[in-house]
Each structure stands twice: as C-alpha cells, then as structure tokens.
Design a binder for this molecule. Structure first.
Ligand SMILES: [Ca+2]
Ligand SMILES: [Ca+2]
Length: 100
C-alpha cells in the first residue's frame, strides 16, 4: 500500500498543479455547492489525485478525522485552506531535503 507521504504528495500535486488557487480546487470539488466538502466530495478529490481507488474512501475518511476541526464530518473553506497550507509547507520541506 502507498505510504501516507506518497498519498499526500499526490494530493498536493493535484491542488497546486491542477488548479490556479486552492479556492478554485475547493469550489471545483464542492459539487453540490453547499460550501462544504463532504466525505463523498473529498473522495472524488482523492481519486482525481490518482490515489488507488481501493483506498480513496479510507484516505478521505482519514483526512476528515485528522483535519475536521469542528467535527461536523466535512471540510469548510477554512479547514480546507489549513490542510492545503500544511500540505504545501510539507512539500517545501521535502524539496529542501531533496536538494541537500
Ligand atoms: Ca459540498
Ligand atoms: Ca468541519
């Protein structure tokens, strides 16, 4: 099974390279336009990031468990933004390590 790091890096690449801004990614995956990414919508994002379909539901669930601050089982924009900022910061660290 793919490591957590590999999965997060795929998601980061999707958001940073597939979309001009994180806002754009958020509204793209918010299919029902309620201002939240629920587990199903997040699962779509994970699939789109080319994470193995077999584990996409689990990955989406884990993201919500770990990053859903107000525990309403879905991401609002501020939660998503924090998650993306973390992902990008993590990516920069990796790049620094790799260039040493
Ligand atoms: Ca939604
Ligand atoms: Ca939430």
């Amino acid at each position: 099974m793919a490591s957590k790091k590999a999965i997060l890096s795929k998601i980061r690449i999707l958001i940073t390279q597939g979309f001009a801004t994180p806002e754009e990614a958020f509204s793209f995956f918010d299919k029902n336009e309620d201002g939240y990414l629920n587990k199903k919508e997040l699962k779509n994002l994970v699939k789109k990031a080319k994470v193995n379909r077999m584990i996409s539901g689990m990955v989406a669930g884990k993201m919500i468990d770990g990053l859903d601050k107000d525990k309403n089982k879905k991401f609002d924009w501020s939660e998503f933004k924090l998650a993306v900022e973390d992902l990008i910061a993590e990516g920069l660290k990796e790049e620094k390590k790799a260039s040493k």
